[in-house]
Design a protein around this ligand. Structure first.
Ligand code: NAD
Ligand code: GLY
Length: 384
């Protein structure tokens, strides 16, 4: 098992990465409770609970029916074996259920099961379950402990780490939320076997992102490992998830609340991606696919502005294609994307903010990118 640590002042937490870890969730939760992890006060000597709390034995696993069918029994057995009293609460499967209504339903379940401030939530699922459960944990009784047990590649390399929690609002994605770090992240790469090819590919776009923004050696490793990645070789996956988590942890440690602009580097490709998702009504592209197209566009925009060379653009596009990810926009016009870009929450007083590339492994936040150049990229990117 590999361990990556997220070192935030007073709230250090481990990301455990390996195989067969879901059934060991009880063991890891016991470890978390025994130590002063994640900013929770250390238990006073000789007591079983945290200050002001009853015992910490109640655990609610939040998941969805798809993941519950696959891994629900396993995680409940693992928690039960270590003396916890776990319950399972399901929210329906799908981004459309990442809402305040689902949050309210989970609160009701927690009250019905008499959870208190010493209890723990476990988010078992992809980014939807993880973001929603984290938000419930951030707000229930002013904040309780939670574990992330991510089951999609996207969640393992990105959403489970860093404490961004939240739900969608009719006015936009992720507009309601809170920063609340998990007490631990338990990442079992074996669960990636049951992931559909589309979901797996979607996660790979975020993997490529880490190489493109922060680590040229990792990028080169991905270039040389496309076959092992496509067949989901578990040794390769452990290495990949570990490196992505190390990079994400480093950004989170330096700019936890995305205040300095550094954490925004993690949004490389996302401005174009959000516009593409909006213009296609979230139906045509999975998030990761849209991010792949967005990164190709952001790199091409950087080259057009003479910030990086065409060689960088070609390398990035070639890697994305070798992982069966798209680099062009289909079924949408440049005008529709341009309109969506202007309404994106990143549009600041008429200019557009993009993360642009200097070279593979180095990006920066550009605050006022000229719109005519962006239009040229959209013309190039949109194909019939
Ligand atoms: P998802 O949670 O909807 O999961 C995708 C699908 O895979 C679902 O149908 C799910 O039931 C299924 N699934 C999950 N694990 C499986 C498994 N092991 N085997 C088979 N099927 C499985 O989507 P996602 O891509 O994981 O996450 C997207 C969400 O993450 C978005 O809401 C996005 O806003 C959020 N996100 C958050 C952050 C953050 O920092 N908090 C970062 C990136 C994305
Ligand atoms: N996925 C972007 C972030 O966590 O900041």
């Amino acid at each position: 098992m590999e361990t990556v640590r997220v070192n935030l002042p007073g709230r250090q937490y481990p990301i455990l990465i390996g195989r067969g870890l879901i059934s060991r969730a009880g063991e890891f939760l016991a470890d978390v409770q025994a130590g002063p992890a994640a900013g929770y006060p250390q238990r006073p000597e000789g007591t079983r609970g945290y200050p002001g709390c009853r015992t910490g034995s109640r655990v609610v696993v939040v998941t969805n029916p798809t993941v519950s069918r696959l891994y629900g029994e396993e995680i409940l057995a693992g928690l039960g074996a270590r003396g916890f009293a776990p319950f399972l609460v399901e929210i329906p499967d799908g981004e459309e259920y990442k809402t305040l209504e689902s949050v309210a339903r989970v609160y009701e379940e927690l009250f019905a099961r008499q959870l208190d401030r010493g209890s723990t939530l476990v988010a078992l699922g992809g980014g939807v379950v993880g973001d929603l459960t984290g938000f419930v944990a951030a707000t229930f009784m002013r904040g309780i402990r939670y574990l992330q047990v991510p089951t999609t590649l996207l969640a393992q390399v990105d959403s489970s780490v860093g404490g961004k929690t939240g739900v969608n609002h009719p006015r936009g994605k992720n507009l309601i939320g809170a920063f609340h770090q998990p007490a631990a992240v338990i990442t079992d790469v074996e669960v990636l076997r049951s992931l559909s090819p589309e979901e797996f590919r979607s996660g790979l776009a975020e993997v490529v992102k880490y190489g493109a923004i922060a680590d040229p050696d990792f990028f080169a490793f991905l270039e040389s490992s496309a076959v092992a990645i496509r067949v989901r070789d578990e040794g390769t996956l452990v290495r990949i998830v570990k490196r992505c988590c190390e990079i994400k942890a480093s950004y989170v440690e330096q700019d936890e609340r995305e205040e300095s602009g550094l954490r925004a580097h993690l949004n490389f490709g996302h401005t174009f991606a959000h516009a593409l998702e909006t213009a296609t009504s979230y139906c045509a592209y999975r998030h990761g696919e849209a991010v792949a197209v967005g990164m190709a566009c952001a790199a091409r925009l950087s080259a057009l502005l003479n910030l990086c060379g065409n060689q960088e653009v070609e390398r990035l596009s070639a890697l994305l294609k070798s992982l069966e990810l798209p680099v062009n926009m289909r079924g949408v016009t440049p005008g529709a994307i341009a309109e969506a870009l202007v309404y994106d929450k990143k549009a600041v007083e008429g200019t557009l903010r993009f993360i642009l590339m200097k070279t593979i492994g180095q990006v920066f936040l550009a605050d006022s990118v000229p719109f005519p150049e962006v239009r040229k990229i959209l013309k190039w990117a949109c194909i019939a």
